[in-house]
Structures are given as C-alpha cells and as structure tokens.
Design a binder for this molecule. Sequence first.
Ligand code: CA
Length: 240
Amino acid sequence: MSDAARLLVVEDEAHLAAGLKLNFELEGYHVDVAATARDAARLLARPNGYATIVLDVMLPDLDGFALCRRLRESGNYTPVVMLTARSAAEDRIRGLEAGADDYLVKPFQLDELLARVRSQIRRSQWERKRSGAAPVGNQLTFGRAHVDFSAHEVTVDGTSLHLTRLEFDLLRYFADHAGRVISRKELLEQVWKLRNYPNTRTVDNFVARLRKHFELEAARPLHFLSIRGAGYKFVPEGLA
Ligand code: CA
C-alpha cells in the first residue's frame, strides 16, 4: 500500500515508540520514529509529508511544545497529536497554544490514540477535498475576510489563510454569537472545554491572534472588540 498515510512518532521512550510504530503499522500506516526533536526536524525537512505527527511533550533535547511551535512558525500545518504525562489543564492549553490539534494524556488507551489520529487524517483529507469544491452555506464575510465554515477555508484579501483548529473554533464561536458580549469564562467553557479554569490569559492570546489575522491594525480592532470588565464582542460589520 504505497499510498498509505505516513505518520511520524516523536517519542524518546524506545519501548513506547516501538509499540506505537507496530500498532500503527498493523493499521496500515507507514511510520517513522524520531527519538529527539532534532531527529524529528530532520525527518520533517524531507519533502514527503506526514499525514499526522504524534508528538511526546517530554523529549531529551527540546520539549514537544517548542517543537510544535517551531513547526507552525515554519508554515508546516501537519496535524499534531500531543502526548503528555500530565493532565494539567495548563499543559493542555500550552499544547493548543503551540498549535497542536489534539492532546492525549499518558497513560492512554491505544485505541484512543488510533481514533484521534484517524480523525486528524480524515479531517485534513476532507479539508483538501472540500477546498476544490464549490463553497456551500455557512459563510461569513467581514472586513477583508471571507470564511467558509463548511470547507474550513479562510481568505483575507483573497489570500488563503491557515488557522489552527482552536483559532478556527474561536472564530466560529464569535461568528455564531456576533454582536453579543461574550465573557472569557464562557469562551473557556465553550471553545476550550475548560470549566472553572482560573487563568483567562489564553483567551486574550487567541483573540490577539485573530486580530493579527483579520484586523487592519491589531492595536485598533474594528471587529474583535474588548469590552472592559466583560469580555469580547465580535462585530462583523465593523466599528463605525
Ligand atoms: Ca518522552
């Protein structure tokens, strides 16, 4: 099966890496293993792309968060499923902020990881297929941006723009509640799926990212407005 999806497993624990490789291969994937971030970077520099990267947070040279961030900064948007030993919400947020698409806590069920990887591959294949098709419904135009939520397509001034999954979900939530003041707490619960999480700084970071993507001047937003003491309001038509 030469057209089987290729996966990259970045994990320094040899037993776990070998076990994952074997099980993914049994599922029909091609699998490369990197034991360090340096090895991973070398493999990622090769032209044959990976369908998904399974990335352990604890690596000997560079942590998984930093590796993921570098990947995104270099314009590589291969889906990343992060593995961590800690279930702390803080870690989950760090992973998502670094641009990871999904997150799994060790020890995890193998079936669960296989399902998450399958879902990432399905999603990116679907996005690729959709991007060639005529857009349908579920569209939003604001400022210089056009968003097709069904096709997961975003363009600004006609140039397509890649949003991370969380950026996209946040934009979607704003779009669904346009014109209404939304608290940071509500965003954490509805978009991040975090309850009673004390630190809302991550929300501010992501709103800043949306402003950078969509506002003419991020410092003087016309669409993603801060409402002092209350939260944020999305105004598609723009501030008059
Ligand atoms: Ca490790």
